[in-house]
Design a protein. Sequence first.
Length: 375
Amino acid sequence: MPEPTAVVVPRMNTNDDQAVLVKWLVSSGAAVRNEQPVVVMETTKATFEVNAPRDGYIFFDLGSAIMVDVGASIAWISDDPTPPAAAAAVAAATATAAHAGGVAAAGEDRFSRKALRLMKDHGLSAADFPGSERVEVAEVERMVERRASSAPTMKAAVKSAAAAPADAHALEQPSSKILEVRALERVYRQVVPSTVVMTVAEPRLQTRLQSLAQTEGVVSVLELTIFEAASLLREFPALNGFYADGRAFTFNHVAVGFAVNAGGRSLKVPVIRDCNVTSALQIARGARDLSLKYMREELSVEDLSGGTFTVTDLSGQGVVNFTPVINERQAAILGICAPRPGTGTRDLVLTFDHRMSDGMQAAEFLNRLRDALEG
């Protein structure tokens, strides 16, 4: 009889190391067919279904609404209608990983004997160590600690209700918020954020928009800001990059994401690509197409990936000042504020990673951007 086969969390985006297990589409012990959707997962970029790798009976212990690592085994499919033994599951995962990756089996070079024993004790498999050429006890121990500290669920507060104040109750958060928090925690463990604010003359900005409407077509403040910011980013490479492993990097292209959060849907950042080599009207059309896909819930992983800089606009909510939060694998984010009542001005707010740039460069960028917006 063939060994049980693991159902593994796929990597949908290079920046996502974890995903939320939203819900199971089948019951543990149920018969499933090859390529049948069995579970719904969500990452920062997309919600997707994971299919059964073959016919058989599916078994799992994980509940819904929990965080799991990309590459982790979350279920097993067996020919036998009874749950597979843990040892058989570990062996099957190792064999599957070895076959797929062309690496040595668990008993050979990749895993030490002590590492295998510890993996068995904690229910870990070879699929939990993707990319590791040699796994020793220390790496298994790190994985155990990481899972212990990074497996909160959306109902974790309920589980710890005994420690909650008497006058409070657990707030259940959607999976998208859990993922957003995780991403921001990763960013802000290392980033050195600084913020610079620049004032724009609202009458001059509106005159520029009216002029564009007559010559090219109607363009919004957000769309014009994306266009002008993208045009400048080639001259400010430190704002169009990221910092990693002790080094500063700048992207070879400009792709601006813009934050959208409407209609009860989760926050998304669709990306306009190569937007420094186009016109303001083309930017507007691209932003509107992506916004329509957002409202229809048709955004793909590609639509949400590859941004090098982000613009977030809270002017529609009447917000006259706020501090934008830098996105993962980026060096800066620009916020658009609403006009301040009675002043004839509005603010642009740039948050940047001080490891990449400094206040003088940020101020120069905002000065140039203001001049471009005011025409």
